[in-house]
Design a protein around this ligand. Structure first.
Ligand SMILES: Cc1cc2nc3c(=O)[nH]c(=O)nc-3n(C[C@H](O)[C@H](O)[C@H](O)COP(=O)(O)OP(=O)(O)OC[C@H]3O[C@@H](n4cnc5c(N)ncnc54)[C@H](O)[C@@H]3O)c2cc1C
Length: 235
C-alpha cells in the first residue's frame, strides 16, 4: 500500500494557455473581432481575469468547457471511485479487476475512524487478510479474476486516469469539497484541485465547496459554517 493511507493525485495534462483560451472564448461572445486576433492580443492578465470572472459569475459556462485536464489517481478505495464515476461528464480509465489479478495481499485503504482505534484497526487488517486468502483460494481453484473479485471489499485500492473539463471540475469541487461529502472523495477532489491551482492560481476561488462560492448552504443537514438560503432570504 502507498504512503499515508491517502489518495495520491497528480495533474498529468492541461492546456498550456488556459486563461487565454477561456478569455478568448469569453471575449468572442462580445467582440466584433476574430477569435484568433483576440487570442493573439497582448491583453494583460488583470484584464483577462476581470472578464473571465464576470462571465463565469453570470453562469455562461460554455466558456470553461474548452479546457480539459487529466489526473493520475492511485491509492483510493473502490468505494471512493464508485462515487467519482457518478459524475457523468468525466472520462475514466480504471485498473481492471478482470485483467489484473491480485497477487498476495491486495492493497486497501483503512477509513480514518477505524485507523485511529488500534483494536478495530487490527480487526480490520485481519479481516482483509481473510478476504485475501479466500480470493487466492478461488483463483487457485481456477475461478477467473472477474468472478473471484466478487469477494473483494469496497476498501480495495484502485488506480485510474480521470479527465474532465473545467466546468465539470468546478461542479465536482463545489459538491465534493462540501463537508457533507464522504471524507475520502473530499480528500481526492481536494488533491485534484490543489494540483491544478498550484499551476493555475486564478482558479482558486472557483475550486471550493459550493457554500464558499455562493455564500449560503443548500444542504438539508448543514454543517453551520454558512447560513442557509432561507435564513438569508428572511433577513
Ligand atoms: C454529499 C453527497 C451525497 C450523495 N449521496 C448519494 C446517495 O445516497 N445515493 C446516490 O445514488 N447518489 C448520491 N450522491 C450522488 C449524486 O446523486 C450525484 O449522482 C453525483 O453527485 C453527481 O452529481 P451531478 O449529477 O450533479 O453531476 P454530474 O453527473 O457531474 O453532472 C453535472 C451536471 O450536468 C447536468 N446533467 C448531467 N446529466 C444529466 C442528465 N441526465 N439530465 C439532466 N442534467 C444532467 C446536471 O446539471 C448535473 O448537475 C451523493 C452526492 C453527494 C455530493
Amino acid at each position: 500500500m502507498e504512503d499515508n493511507n491517502k489518495p495520491k493525485v497528480s495533474l498529468i495534462s492541461k492546456p498550456a494557455n488556459m486563461l487565454k483560451t477561456v478569455y478568448t472564448a469569453c471575449r468572442t461572445c462580445y467582440s466584433a473581432d476574430y477569435p484568433i486576433n483576440i487570442y493573439n492580443s497582448t491583453d494583460d492578465t488583470e484584464k483577462m481575469l476581470k472578464l473571465v470572472e464576470r462571465v463565469i459569475s453570470s453562469g455562461h459556462y460554455s466558456t470553461i468547457e474548452h479546457i480539459q485536464v487529466s489526473f493520475a489517481i492511485s491509492n483510493v478505495s473502490r468505494a471512493c471511485t464508485h462515487q467519482l464515476v457518478r459524475h457523468r461528464h468525466m472520462s475514466f480509465s480504471q485498473k481492471s479487476q478482470r485483467y489484473v489479478k491480485e497477487k498476495g495481499q491486495f492493497d486497501y485503504l483503512i477509513p480514518p475512524t477505524i485507523d485511529k482505534d488500534p483494536v478495530l484497526k487490527q480487526k480490520f487488517i485481519d479481516f482483509m487478510g481473510e478476504i485475501s486468502n479466500k480470493y487466492q483460494e478461488f483463483v487457485e481453484a481456477g475461478i477467473p479474476a472477474e468472478d473471484a473479485r466478487a469477494v473483494l471489499p469496497n476498501a480495495t485500492a484502485t488506480s485510474m486516469v480521470a479527465s474532465l473539463n473545467l466546468r465539470e471540475l468546478i461542479h465536482l469541487a463545489n459538491l465534493r469539497l462540501c463537508s457533507r461529502a464522504q471524507f475520502e472523495i473530499r480528500m481526492l477532489v481536494k488533491g485534484m484541485c490543489d494540483a491544478l491551482v498550484t499551476e493555475e492560481p486564478w482558479l482558486k476561488p472557483y475550486l471550493v465547496a459550493k457554500c464558499d462560492r455562493y455564500g449560503y448552504c443548500d444542504e438539508d443537514k448543514s454543517c453551520g459554517r454558512k447560513p442557509k438560503l432561507e435564513e438569508l432570504v428572511k433577513s
